[in-house]
Write a protein of this length. Sequence first.
Length: 158
Amino acid sequence: MISGRFGRLAPGVRDVLPAEAYRMRKLKDTFSALVETWGYQEVVTPTFEYIENLASEELQEGNFFKFLDRQGHLMALRPDMTRPIARLVATRMKGVTPPLRLYYLANVFNYEQPQVGRQREFYQAGVELMGYSSPELMPKWWHWLQSILSRQDWMIFR
């Protein structure tokens, strides 16, 4: 028997059709190429993890898409990339000499009520510079941000 939801999407998610998928791919490729020229390397973390790896004072369990794995462990879809990147660096990159220049492009999931401009599944891109602190870095960041935002590719997603 087919449910009345067959063919419908859950609230807060959407399909991406070819024209938009093409623009998104170009945007991701442009972002990747740009940050790689600055010496950043891409990392990829799992879409879901043990909830203990993701929950914090700022991110309460109620904001997660949660499920039990077959062993009964509580798992969650990542609500953003901050904690997964921190876990990756702390556990898998301990011996790497800083500074670490990492970037990511990933779908993330937030179990909040969908609103205009806010989806439950969305794409997050970011850079992380770890193990380096210098006041001279701030002007570089502003220059990098300006170079990203001034690119024509970014104008399609305002």
